[in-house]
Design a protein around this ligand. Structure first.
Ligand SMILES: Nc1ncnc2c1ncn2[C@@H]1O[C@H](COP(=O)(O)OP(=O)(O)O)[C@@H](O)[C@H]1O
Ligand SMILES: [Mg+2]
Length: 285
């Protein structure tokens, strides 16, 4: 469980607060979208959660650890519980896909024998088996982000923290990345994902925290909230954008979902046809 209590953050020298009086709880196993316009405080929210920044006031507790009281030497151990994914992937360019993932395990002293078992497994979860020997620059943006996800998974993270992971990939790949995150979430991982793509948020009915100028202006299930707020004036134009996203944006994902469905059906048909052939061949012999 992650608990923010009266958390405010003002960076040194900054004229205004990056976050103002945040009070919320994220339960173990939740999937949470955090949305808001640029400068709303989204990255600060995540940085506080991973103890990359400390709040100016208030407290943040992750499970049994009070992040405002944690000793410096205990921070690396705490971070091992997190899988962190960034918009710009942050892969190491002169390492292969395999080694990029393995590196995350090597830095915490994992035995090579375990690395050789675990890396192919997480790569296969991300559909990247074929790319193990490639270098990041040989991959598409979406593939690079999947490597970053595999790396985040390598050490069995309990919490995945993703800061605009779909910011540099096309809409189809965005959908796939969120879909992968959803599946990890179904397997028990807590996922906190920052995005400004309202169409993505709309696609998946999950909790959405909307930040605006450092404050939480809305917090709840996307569809439920949309129904509840459709008849009233939105708190601000910014948050409204997330509540009722433009239809054309959404349709791109809907179409893609349909495509995936058709693809799955085609594969099924192909398998059935193959079965028939095998059976009839068997009959001839
Ligand atoms: N290291 C920093 N020093 C000073 N101000 C910062 C720093 N990081 C972020 N800010 C300011 O804090 C506010 C929130 O930033 P950020 O959390 O990065 O927002 P978002 O991720 O939603 O775009 C912005 O006004 C930003 O300029
Ligand atoms: Mg940001």
């Amino acid at each position: 469980m992650i608990e923010f209590k009266n958390v405010s953050k003002k960076y040194d020298g900054a004229p205004v607060h990056a976050l103002k009086d945040i009070n919320l709880t994220i339960d173990k196993g939740e999937f949470v979208f955090v949305v808001g316009s640029s400068g709303a405080g989204k990255s600060t929210f995540l940085k506080l959660m991973m103890r990359e920044e400390v709040p100016s006031t208030g407290s943040i507790v992750v499970d049994d650890i009070d992040l405002t009281k944690i000793k410096k030497r205990d921070i690396p151990k705490f971070r091992r519980r997190l899988g962190i994914v960034f918009q710009d992937f942050r892969l190491i360019p002169n390492m292969t896909v395999f080694d990029n993932v393995a590196f995350a395990m090597r830095v915490i002293g994992t035995k090579e024998k375990k690395i050789r078992r675990r890396v192919p497994y997480v790569l296969s979860l991300m559909g990247l088996n074929e790319k193990a020997r490639n270098y990041p620059k040989e991959l598409s943006g979406g593939e690079q982000q999947r490597v970053a996800l595999a790396r985040a998974l390598a050490n069995n993270a309990e919490i995945i923290i993703a800061d605009e992971p779909t910011g540099n990939v096309d809409p189809q790949m965005s959908y796939e990345i969120v879909d992968l995150l959803m599946r990890l979430n179904e397997a028990g991982t807590t996922v906190i994902m920052v995005t400004h793509e309202h169409s993505l948020v709309r696609c998946f009915d999950k909790r959405v925290i909307i930040l605006d100028k450092g404050s939480v202006v809305s917090d709840g299930g996307a569809l439920i909230r949309e129904a509840a707020t459709s008849h009233i004036n939105p708190a601000s134009e910014i948050s409204n954008e997330y509540i009722v996203p433009p239809e054309e944006d959404y349709s791109a994902y809907a179409e893609y979902e349909q495509e995936l469905q058709q693809e799955a059906e085609t594969v099924e048909v192909a398998v059935n046809v193959e079965d028939d052939i095998i059976m009839s061949e068997g009959g001839v012999n």
